[in-house]
Design a protein around this ligand. Structure first.
Ligand SMILES: Cc1ncc(COP(=O)(O)O)c(C=O)c1O
Length: 389
């Protein structure tokens, strides 16, 4: 079977993990700090707080920004469940924004529309998702958020290594927070680099970094300045003034993360080569188009999404997926609009955003990963073209 995505682990990755396993610290040790430093350098951010998953990263952002009951968070309808669920974890409401049907991304226009149509809601934050590794016009989105006094979080679970290209042509690494307050990453094995499970938040704000670190570790306050005076001099003493969680990443995971981050540039190149090979094969078809490539982004492609007019090819998507699967090719749908989930339908009733609906109807992710050979790609192309003209 050719999967739609998978990790690439080599001997040096294994050696890095084994070295930690032989060391004194399996958690809260040097590898965690080194991973955070390496990630900060990679994405040009002042601070990185590692954590146990991309979901935990989003949850930590909500807590660090003080979002809670009575607040609302804007999330694009096309994303993984976790982007929306983060708001729910802290008791906030989700406002779903539409996306560009050609990319699956929320745009400055769809964001503005969501804000305008939900004026009565207390919108506190936006979670901007960099679907498939691409990003939209971040400067415009930042300007909208600033004008409204709303926090802006980038959910870059798909986009480690991607760069935003500004209107002036300057490059800003995703995670540098040049146009946002916080950026979250996921290092689940299907993502661009793997930690097994793992995530991180980057920020340039010391205050937010301190809050993220606190909530990641049960909100155990050890800063003497912040501890009640009668306990200040007790060396064992900590205070829990808020509710926190154990969202720590272990040294074992972080050692793998450091080793994988070193390969980001070569992973990017390999993914780019695979993407252009597919692009050539799918460039002139009537009922299939690859997702639109945006001039505002220099991406590390996480997914290769094709948009197929299943009605015109007269094969339902489930049958199309089965046909490919029977030939050893796995595909996936990224994503079912989150507002269609029974949980959100029960909360907010039925919703239909036209861009999300149009994208969802047509999208299919075909295999893209480091290690996908030309022969495998040729097989995928051949099987797809058997059914789509
Ligand atoms: C866009 C997006 N956000 C958040 C997450 C959550 O990441 P994790 O699986 O590491 O919790 C994912 C994971 O699939 C994702 O795709």
């Amino acid at each position: 079977m050719i999967p739609y995505g998978r990790h690439k682990i080599e001997k040096d990755d294994i050696d890095a993990v084994v070295a930690v396993l032989k060391s004194e610290m399996l958690t809260c040790g040097e590898a965690v700090r080194a991973f955070e430093d390496t990630l900060s350098q990679t994405v040009s951010s002042r601070y990185t707080v590692s954590c146990s998953s991309g979901t935990a990263a989003l949850h930590l952002c909500m807590m660090a920004l003080g979002i809670g009951s009575g607040d609302s968070v804007i999330v694009p309808g096309i994303t993984f469940l976790a982007s929306a669920n983060a708001a729910q974890y802290v008791g906030a409401d989700v406002v779903f924004a539409d996306v560009d049907p050609a990319t699956g991304l929320m745009t400055p226009e769809t964001l503005e529309k969501a804000i305008l149509e939900n004026k009565e809601k207390n919108i506190k934050a936006i979670i901007n998702v960099h679907m498939a590794g691409q990003c939209e016009d971040l400067e415009s989105m930042h300007a909208i958020a600033k004008k409204q006094g709303i926090f802006l979080i980038e959910d870059a679970a798909h986009a480690i290594g991607s760069n935003y290209i500004s209107k002036k042509g300057d490059m800003y690494p995703i995670g540098s927070n040049a146009f946002s307050d916080l950026t979250t990453f996921s290092f689940h094995p299907v993502k661009n680099i793997a930690m097994g499970e793992g995530g991180a938040v980057t920020t340039n704000s010391l205050d937010l970094k301190n809050k993220l670190s606190l909530f990641r570790n049960h909100a155990m306050e050890r800063d003497k300045e912040k501890i009640a005076s009668e306990n200040k001099n007790k060396p064992w003493y900590y205070e829990m003034q808020h509710l926190g969680y154990n969202f720590r990443a272990s040294d074992i995971h972080c050692a793998l993360g450091i080793s994988q981050l070193k390969k980001l540039a070569s992973f990017k190149k390999s993914r780019e080569e695979s993407v252009s090979f597919y692009d050539q094969a799918f460039s002139k078809l009537e009922y299939l188009t690859p997702i639109c490539k945006l001039p505002s982004c220099d991406p590390v492609w996480h997914l290769y999404v094709i948009l197929i007019d299943f009605k015109h090819i007269e094969i339902p998507r489930e049958i199309f997926m089965q046909l490919l699967s029977s030939r050893g090719i796995r595909t996936q749908v990224h994503y079912i609009p989150v507002y269609k989930q029974p949980y959100y339908k029960d909360l907010y009733g039925s919703n239909e955003l036209p861009g999300c609906e149009s994208y969802y109807k047509r999208c299919l992710s075909i295999p893209l990963f480091v290690g996908l050979s030309k022969a495998m790609q040729e097989k995928v192309i051949q099987e797809v073209l058997k059914h789509v003209k």
